[in-house]
Design a protein around this ligand. Structure first.
Ligand code: GH3
Ligand code: MG
Ligand code: MG
Length: 679
């Protein structure tokens, strides 16, 4: 049964059941009260009937007295002839208006005249014998007995009387004031003023209900005798009262049932409505979650059609799934934590910044379903951001100022930036235009060293705060690793950099040359190196002072850097005023061109020693003077593998070639191959 049906039934029952009980009790009480009043009435009626009966009995006694006198006269004529006696009795009965008259002589002889009582069909026959010794028929008689005395002795008994038959009952009833009455003989009604006679039980003293709708009371009249099972009763009809009462009660009950039904329906609806909505929601949840609907508990509840059961089992299934989900979530969070830890460890063990950041960016992009992204680093020289690695973007164009755009803001404020979001800055012109982005800073101590930024997302859902937190966890591990790499690089740089010129030092040359020779050998590629020596540098020191000499050295180094391929060729300071330039992927012909260019760049244009140049040296004494400084360099070059297969051999070959050029007066270029061929 559905909840709604149960509720309706419940509300219906709590109204109707008490009503029916109350109706029944009221009906009982009223019936009892009606009986009580009726009984009171019946007692009055019984008394009235008794009174009339006494009057009648008195009249019967008077008339029997007179009849007895007539009979006595007939008996006085001796001998008594039966025929004459019978005639005299009949005459006396008629003369005195009696229904019957019977004479019993002391000799035992009897003579009687008995009329026929007007009884209901089936009534007993009344004869002289009945009169002399009435049995059950006694209630039908209103009798009187008179003795006949002659010469002082009783010679006969005269029995006279009237029948309490239909006629007499009507008279009695009317005289008593319209009382209904009945005479029963052996339990069967033989006289009745009722249209429809009703059977009477054996006589009793108190009122009783002879039939539905009637109340009756035996009168003392007719001598109620339990043995005889008959008597005279007054009867009251209750029919009309009870019927109208029943109709009234029925109407009240019917009205109550209708009201209760409406009330029950309305209340059930009011109570059921929110539950129905809840059930609808549970159904909606079930529709969207097949794994919940598949739960056997829910399936049974759904089939039963019981909404409350469905809701409760759906809730319990949901909580079970939530629990499971929470457990899985915890496990996956733990997994994520572990892999972040592993990532952190891996990152810290590498010194390849670019490769490391690529791994970080790829991992972050895959984890957060990002379409593209970039890891920016802060350039320590001018604090702008440049993309060190990128994914799905052109890295060269990704450059912005601190505080500019999404990545710039994350770097400046050292906080996670979600875009779009409240107070989020618009993307910088250099940043890709995507519907969503998230940027987290790489922070070490007080310093922001970079930003990890993801742009766009598969499916288009914006990055959430949780995504930001996940990316921040990546960033924390990354920042440590980046700092490690940067520190390492700095240490390397310091140990391999020439402090005066900023180029690599002799150690750096060794490392670079070893790597390039190895590469050239493995891939069978050409490679060359230049030995550059400043001509008569001692004179510069002597004329302009040592500090100017230092500045000139630094300037020469800059000019060398500018005249070779940036990022490919390597300039190193080999000794005092000697530089070696390593030229990968360069054959003899190209090496000569570069050597000429270097010679040209280093020496052709005088060093600007006018205003300010060499100033530091001016206070050093009279021996120093101001610029311009005119310089030339001698360049020797050697190629791998034709001029030497080891670093030492190559350097020696180039050195020899350089001396050759210097020997010709300097400001010249010489090939090692040329030197060896010429002897
Ligand atoms: P050559 O034409 O034969 O090359 O003559 P040179 O004077 O250039 O050659 P040499 O090797 O005889 O002298 C090198 C000079 O370079 C000696 C030294 O005073 C100077 N020098 C070396 N290192 C430095 C330096 O760090 N600063 C300065 N100011 N001078 C240096
Ligand atoms: Mg020199
Ligand atoms: Mg020298």
């Amino acid at each position: 049964m559905t909840l709604r049906a149960r509720l309706t039934l419940f509300f219906f029952a709590i109204v109707v059941i008490p009503l029916i009980v109350a109706g029944f009790l009221v009906r009982q009480a009223i019936a009892h009260e009606v009986d009580r009043r009726t009984d009171f009435l019946l007692q009055g009626e019984a008394k009235a009937v008794g009174g009339v009966w006494i009057l009648t009995a008195r009249s019967v006694a008077d008339r029997t007295q007179l009849a007895a006198r007539d009979v006595a006269r007939a008996l006085a004529q001796r001998p008594v002839r039966p025929v004459l006696l019978r005639r005299a009795v009949a005459k006396a009965k008629a003369a005195h208006g009696l229904d019957y008259l019977v004479v019993r002589l002391s000799s035992g002889q009897t003579a009687g005249a008995v009329g026929r009582p007007d009884l209901l069909p089936g009534g007993p026959a009344i004869t002289s014998k009945t009169i002399l010794s009435p049995g059950p028929e006694a209630p039908l008689l209103i009798p009187a007995t008179v003795p006949v005395v002659a010469n002082g002795s009783r010679v006969a008994q005269v029995f006279g009387g009237t029948f309490l038959d239909q006629d007499e009952a009507r008279v009695l009833s009317e005289t008593a004031g319209g009382v209904a009455m009945e005479v029963a003989v052996g339990g069967r009604p033989v006289v009745s003023t009722l249209g429809q006679p009703i059977p009477l039980p054996p006589p009793r003293m108190s009122s009783f209900t002879p039939a539905k709708g009637f109340r009756a009371l035996f009168t003392r009249v007719g001598a109620p005798d339990p043995g005889r099972a008959g008597g005279v009763a007054v009867i009251a009809t209750l029919q009309g009262d009870i019927a109208s009462l029943q109709i009234a009660i029925m109407i009240v009950l019917l009205g109550s049932v209708i009201v209760a039904s409406l009330l029950g329906f309305g209340l059930a609806r009011a109570v059921w409505e929110p539950i129905r909505r809840l059930a609808d929601q549970a159904s909606a949840v079930l529709a969207g979650a097949p794994e919940l609907a598949a739960s056997p508990e829910v399936a049974i509840a759904e089939r039963s059609g019981d909404e409350v059961n469905t809701v409760s089992s759906t809730l319990s299934a949901m909580s079970e799934h939530l629990h499971q989900y929470a457990t899985e979530l915890n496990e996956s969070r733990e997994e994520l934590r572990q892999s972040l830890k592993r990532l952190g460890t891996t990152l810290r063990s590498t010194h390849d910044l670019h490769g490391m950041l690529s791994v970080v960016l790829d991992s972050a992009a895959v984890s957060l379903l990002a379409e593209s992204g970039a890891v920016y680093l802060v350039d320590p020289s001018d604090s702008h951001l440049y993309a060190e690695v990128s994914r799905g973007l052109e890295p060269t164009v990704l450059r912005m100022e601190m505080g500019e755009g999404i990545a710039g803001s994350a770097a400046r404020d050292a906080r996670t930036v979600l875009w779009p979001g409240q107070g989020a800055p618009a993307p910088a012109p250099a940043e890709p235009d995507r519907s969503t982005a998230v940027a987290v800073p790489l922070v070490r101590g007080e310093r922001t060293i970079g930003v990890v930024t993801l742009y766009g997302r598969a499916g288009g859902t914006p990055f959430s705060v949780e995504d930001g937190a996940t990316l921040a966890a990546f960033a924390r591990e990354t920042a440590v690793a980046v700092e490690n790499v940067l520190l390492h690089e700095q240490a390397e740089r310091l140990s391999m950099t020439d402090a005066l010129t900023g180029t690599g030092n002799r150690r750096f040359l060794e490392v670079t040359l070893a790597r390039e020779i190895e590469r050239a050998r493995r891939y069978a590629r050409p490679m060359s190196l230049l030995m550059v020596d400043i001509d008569r540098f001692k004179q510069v020191n002597d004329e302009f002072g040592h500090l100017t000499g230092d500045e000139v050295l630094a300037e020469v180094a800059r000019r060398l850097e500018d005249s070779v391929r940036h990022g490919i060729d390597t300039v190193t300071r080999y000794g005092g005023e000697e530089f070696v330039v390593v030229l990968p992927e360069t054959g003899e012909a190209d090496a000569r061109v570069i050597a000429e260019r270097v010679r040209d760049a280093a020496g052709t244009v005088p060093f600007p020693a006018e205003e300010g140049f060499g100033e530091a040296a001016t206070g050093n004494g009279d021996s120093t003077r101001r610029g311009p400084v005119h310089l030339t360099v001698s360049v020797g070059f050697a190629g791998f593998p034709e001029d030497g297969e080891s670093a030492e051999a190559l350097v020696r070959a180039a050195d020899l070639a350089m001396y050759k050029a210097k020997a010709r007066g300097g400001n010249d270029v010489e090939s090692a191959g040329q030197t060896s061929r010429n002897g």
